[in-house]
Design a protein around this ligand. Structure first.
Ligand SMILES: Nc1nc2c(ncn2[C@@H]2O[C@H](COP(=O)(O)OP(=O)(O)OP(=O)(O)O)[C@@H](O)[C@H]2O)c(=O)[nH]1
Ligand SMILES: [Mg+2]
Length: 380
């Protein structure tokens, strides 16, 4: 009987011990859970940061929206009013002179001076004046409409409307991308023009890759990257001080690997009288050409530098064969005659004109529109 009691007490004690143990275990378990929240706040930023980095679906809206560049057809028509601001004087001045009662030597001299002052250059000025003089004499009558037509014809002829002004968008070898090098002196507008050309090409349905071969300043590559990101064009860049030729080489290679139509290479600004820098430019071209011929070398000229720009053009032309000129800042105080002079001096066409700082303020050059803006001007 005693034994029975002992067994009973022992059993109750055992049950109590087991229940107590379970309860204790539960407590410590909940404690472990409770510690988490205190640990979580530090871990939380990571958890919160993830959605930003992680799903593509969410990252996209956060990235800068890719813009749709304005169509290129008719850009010069749209931007014509900017052009005529600086050219109005030329057309108006010439028409006023030609409408003089008496067209004597003095008047013709003034016509000549007007053209020279508009940066037309001596050779073309002489030619234009000679032809105008001859035709006015033959015509006899000189109605305003006739004079306007004559002037239009002569300026048009001087601008060589037959030149091919299209941008190369195919490799001359038929393989790989069309490599377009963009060169010029400091601040002429090279990087801006690269960005604008990328937009022009993309608007026309081409794929573009940009090469930041201006490695003098990190800011140059950043500037190009900003332009690229706006239209979804990839930019190949290296650190500041990297060899520009190797960056250009890598860009062309990347363009070929990725099947881009055009690789645009932005180069550092350099003065034409700095031999070392000009040699470097020659090297960039040679290195790029290890992968195939350069399709186009565009010289970016600040139109406001006038005749000074012509000297630059000559030297750049000697170092890397220029295939086209981009005349920037024609919206400013530039004189339109520089277009005639630069084409004559270099023997290559002006292909594009910059008419402002906006992303789509670059227009394919059209002789008819340009002459129209000079001769007729625009209201406003
Ligand atoms: N008004 C006007 N400004 C322009 C035009 N093209 C370029 N610019 C301005 O000219 C300045 C220089 O342009 P960039 O593209 O940086 O010139 P860059 O030749 O690359 O200069 P570096 O790399 O320093 O040699 C910028 O403020 C441009 O916005 C244009 O057609 N019209
Ligand atoms: Mg630049």
């Amino acid at each position: 009987m005693d034994n029975l009691w002992i067994w009973l007490v022992a059993a109750i004690a055992l049950v109590a011990a087991v229940v107590g143990g379970v309860l204790l275990a539960r407590r410590s378990g909940s404690k472990a859970v409770e510690t988490r929240p205190t640990a979580e706040p530090t871990a939380k930023p990571e958890v919160e940061a993830e959605p930003e980095a992680e799903p593509e679906g969410e990252a996209e809206p956060a990235a800068p929206a890719v813009e749709t560049p304005a169509p290129t057809a008719g850009r010069l028509v749209r931007l014509r009013s900017r052009l005529s601001r600086s050219n109005n004087a030329l057309g108006k001045g010439l028409l006023a002179l030609l409408s003089s009662d008496k067209l004597d030597d003095d008047v013709w001299e003034e016509v000549e001076d007007t053209l020279l002052a508009a940066d037309v250059g001596v050779t073309d000025t002489t030619q234009i004046v000679e032809r105008l003089r001859e035709r006015v004499k033959v015509l006899g009558t000189r109605s305003p409409a006739e004079l306007r037509a004559l002037l239009t014809e002569e300026l048009t002829a001087a601008l060589e409307p037959g030149l091919d002004r299209s941008l190369a968008t195919a490799s001359p070898s038929g393989e790989g991308p069309a490599t377009v090098m963009v060169v010029g002196v400091n601040g002429s507008g090279k990087t801006t023009t690269c960005g604008k050309i990328a937009r022009v090409l993309i608007a026309d349905g081409h794929t573009v890759l940009l090469g930041a071969a201006d490695t003098f300043r990190a800011a140059a590559a950043e500037q190009l990257e900003t332009w690229g990101s706006r239209v979804g064009a990839k930019v190949i860049r290296r650190g500041e001080g990297a060899d520009p030729a190797s960056v250009a080489f890598d860009a062309v290679k990347a363009g070929a690997d990725e099947g881009a139509d055009v690789v645009l290479i932005d180069t550092a600004g350099r003065l034409q009288n700095k031999t070392g820098l000009m040699d470097e430019l020659g090297k960039v071209k040679r290195v790029v050409e290890k992968q195939g011929p350069v399709a186009e070398t565009l010289l970016v000229l600040d139109a406001t530098t006038g005749q000074n720009g012509l000297q630059q053009a000559k030297v750049f032309g000697e170092v890397c064969q220029i295939t086209g000129v981009v005349l920037t800042k024609l919206d400013g105080t530039a004189k339109g005659g520089i277009v005639i002079a630069v084409q004559r001096q270099l023997g290559v066409p002006v292909k594009l004109v910059g008419l402002g700082e906006g992303p789509d303020d670059l227009a394919p050059f059209e002789v008819g529109e340009f002459v129209g803006a000079i001769v007729d001007g625009t209201e406003g």
